[in-house]
Every structure is written in structure tokens, then in C-alpha cells.
Design a protein. Structure first.
Length: 398
């Protein structure tokens, strides 16, 4: 084992000097001791008990360590059992004395034996040097892109959906590399202490508040069901020059362009907002002669569009005047999916906080956001909807 080998090496330090293919013989005991100490760092032990740090580089070859006794001027060669060093096959260093190798009977191992040793050591090394939870921990710590699911350390948080994306997916969608600077929160927050779950449970147990925690709340939403089936009409533009996913991918991602008319009704003005999955444009409804918001979706399936219509119908029932939520008024497909909503003229709170520093340091403005957000959540609860993505850029300051 390793301890026994270390003891043998320590004993030999007193009266030996090394002669190996990768080093010239020493002339004194101190130099021999230094080389032995250095070899200990590079040495591997071939025992069933401990086969740590097995050969991981197939370009290296195992060479036995030879000890030449310096006692009484004798040149007795002693092979140290169980101890090997690695010699690079491509190394230009050669044995100090090839003839002496022949005289002592030291013959290099065959290629076949070397390969078998490497294979066996490699398999055993994985079992003996890897902690049971090491692989699992590494997988848990690995970050994955929310779009292509690749694992990389360089992921960027998209504030529009709070998902992380690799630089390639980010650049492909936004047309530019992500910014390395972090965005500021709506209100600066300093973390003074981290409370883990067990500490919180203990605190709640020791300091009981009347009525807290509240009982589990269940949504009381009951949808209107008068037996009538509801349908929505969705237009699909037929373009004879575009067929198949490849052809659709070739269409310029900057569409729609300023001045372009979509669905023979909506004249595009300019872009007013952008997220990872949608782009919002200010447009004019030619038929109704009013401004609207046209959203271009990156991937809008029929099922997702059906969900949008359901949500729009539920919100219309609880927010009849459209005071808290934009109204979904139309949807159509023109190579990609588009939805049309009534226009809310304002600025999202994240943009507001960045354009006007300190705006939400004013407690009155912060209260306005809090009250408006809570009112919206109350209406969502009536509609049986969980928002699941409350953040500053999803709140519009009007």
C-alpha cells in the first residue's frame, strides 16, 4: 500500500541515489532525497487497495523506478515494487546508459501489457476517485440554456421572462450580443441575512402570529356556462412562395417593417417593446381608426393561441372596462403568429426606473405600483388565472 511504499522510500533515502530514464544519476544523498520527494508527487501505486490518479493520458507510458545503492561503492540495482513513473512517449529524453539497461536486465513492458494496465487503471480510477455524489452535484450545478438546452457557464438572464440563455441563442434572437452589465432592480435591495427554510420554520414556531399562516386559498372562479359553444376566427395568410420550415426561416426576422400593412388592416409604425419570445409594435387599425399594439410571436402554436383567447375571455368577464389588462382583439398568421391588443399608452416600470433614477424611491409612486399590481392580482384570482411572471417590466406605468 501507499504507506508501506513511502516507508521504503524514506529508508532508501539514506543510502541510495536514483537512476531513471527521465533523470541523470545523483552524486549525493541530498540530491537523491530531493528527487525522491519530487517523484512521490508523480508516483502512482498499482495496488488493489488504492488506485487513485490512474493513467488518464494515453500518451504516457509507465516506467519502473530503479534504485542504485551507493553503499560501499556498489552499483546494485533495486527495483522498487509497486512504484511507477510516467514517461511521455514523445519525450526527447533517453536513458542515461542503454548498455547498463541491458546489463541489469531491465526490459521495457510490451505495448500490449501497457495498454491493458492503462485500461484496467482507467476503469478502476473512475470507481475509486469519484465521490458517490460528485457526478450528481456537477449535473445539478450545470447551467442550461432555456432555448437550446446546452450546458455552459456563460448564460445571460433575460429580464423579460427571467430565463437564462446562451450567447448564441441571445444573439440569434436579438441580433446583438448580450450586455455584460446587470440591470438594476425597481428599488435597491441589500441582503442583510439569509434565512434558510429550517430557520424560518423554527421562527414561525416560536413567534406565532394570530391568523398566520393563512389557510390555503382556493380560487372561486366559476366560468359562465350557458351551453353555447364559442369560436374565434383566425386568418392565415397564404404565400405561395413560402412553404416549409426552412423557407420560413429565411424570412427577415425584422418584420414587420415600418409602413407595412398586416392582415389588410394594421399599418405598422415602429417597435415599442421586445422580449425573448415577442416583439411589440405600435400600429394603426385602419378599419377602426385607432392605435393598437401588434405583437409578433417567435413561436405561437395553435394551442398557445387558443389559451390566449381563453385568458382574454376570462379577463373580459372580470375587467369589463379594460382598466387593468389590455384586451385581445385579433390574431392572425403571416409566416409567424401575430396578436393584436388594445393599446396601453405608458412605460413599463423597469424602463421607468432606468430612465428616471430615483422615481420609485418616492414612496407615493411605489404605493401606486403596489396597489395597481394587487388590484390586478385580485382580478386574476376572480378569473381563475395565475400570472406566474410578476416583474417590473410586466407592469405598465400609465
Amino acid at each position: 500500500d501507499k504507506e508501506a511504499a513511502a516507508e521504503r522510500i524514506a529508508k532508501l533515502i539514506e543510502d541510495v541515489e536514483l537512476e531513471t530514464p527521465v533523470a541523470q544519476p545523483c552524486q549525493d544523498k541530498e540530491a537523491a532525497a530531493e528527487r525522491i520527494a519530487k517523484l512521490i508527487e508523480d508516483v502512482e501505486l498499482e495496488t488493489p487497495v488504492d488506485q487513485k490518479n490512474a493513467a488518464s493520458d494515453v500518451a504516457k507510458e509507465e516506467v519502473p523506478v530503479k534504485i542504485v545503492s551507493a553503499d560501499e561503492g556498489k552499483n546494485e540495482v533495486i527495483e522498487l515494487p509497486g512504484v511507477v513513473v510516467h514517461e511521455d512517449k514523445e519525450s526527447n529524453l533517453t536513458p542515461a546508459n542503454d548498455k547498463e539497461n541491458e546489463d541489469t536486465g531491465t526490459v521495457p513492458s510490451s505495448v500490449k501489457d501497457t495498454e491493458q494496465k492503462k485500461s484496467a487503471k482507467s476503469l478502476d480510477s473512475t470507481a475509486s476517485t469519484t465521490a458517490p455524489n460528485a457526478v450528481q452535484k456537477k449535473e445539478e450545478e450545470a447551467d442550461t440554456c432555456g432555448q437550446c438546452y446546452c450546458e455552459t457557464d456563460n448564460l445571460f438572464l433575460d429580464p423579460t421572462d427571467l430565463n437564462k440563455y446562451c450567447e448564441s441563442c441571445w444573439t440569434e434572437y436579438y441580433g446583438q450580443a448580450p450586455s455584460r452589465s446587470e440591470s438594476n432592480p425597481l428599488v435597491a435591495v441589500e441582503i442583510s441575512e439569509m434565512w434558510m427554510e429550517d430557520l424560518l420554520a423554527q421562527a414561525w414556531a416560536e413567534q406565532i402570529l394570530p391568523g398566520w399562516p393563512p389557510p390555503l386559498a382556493h380560487s372561486g372562479y366559476v366560468g359562465a356556462n350557458n351551453g353555447e359553444e364559442a369560436f374565434a376566427t383566425v386568418q392565415v395568410r397564404i404565400r405561395r412562395d413560402i412553404c416549409g420550415p426552412h423557407a420560413r426561416e429565411q424570412i427577415n426576422s425584422d418584420r414587420p417593417f415600418s409602413g407595412e400593412i398586416l392582415a389588410k388592416r394594421y399599418r405598422i409604425s415602429h417597435i415599442v417593446g421586445e422580449g425573448h419570445f415577442t416583439k411589440a409594435f405600435l400600429a394603426h387599425d385602419i378599419k377602426e381608426d385607432k392605435p393598437v399594439c401588434v405583437k409578433r410571436h417567435r413561436q405561437l402554436s395553435v394551442e398557445a393561441l387558443a389559451d390566449l383567447f381563453v385568458l382574454g375571455k376570462r379577463l373580459e368577464e372580470v375587467d369589463e372596462g379594460g382598466l387593468l389588462f389590455p384586451r385581445l382583439v385579433d390574431a392572425f398568421y403571416d409566416v409567424v403568429g401575430f396578436t393584436v391588443e388594445c393599446l396601453l399608452e405608458g412605460e413599463n416600470c423597469l424602463s421607468k426606473s432606468q430612465s428616471k433614477r430615483g422615481f420609485f424611491q418616492d414612496l407615493a409612486n411605489l404605493q401606486t405600483v403596489a396597489v395597481g399590481a394587487l388590484q390586478g392580482l385580485a382580478k386574476l384570482d376572480q378569473a381563475g388565472v395565475v400570472h406566474n411572471d410578476i416583474k417590473p417590466d410586466n407592469l405598465i406605468w400609465i
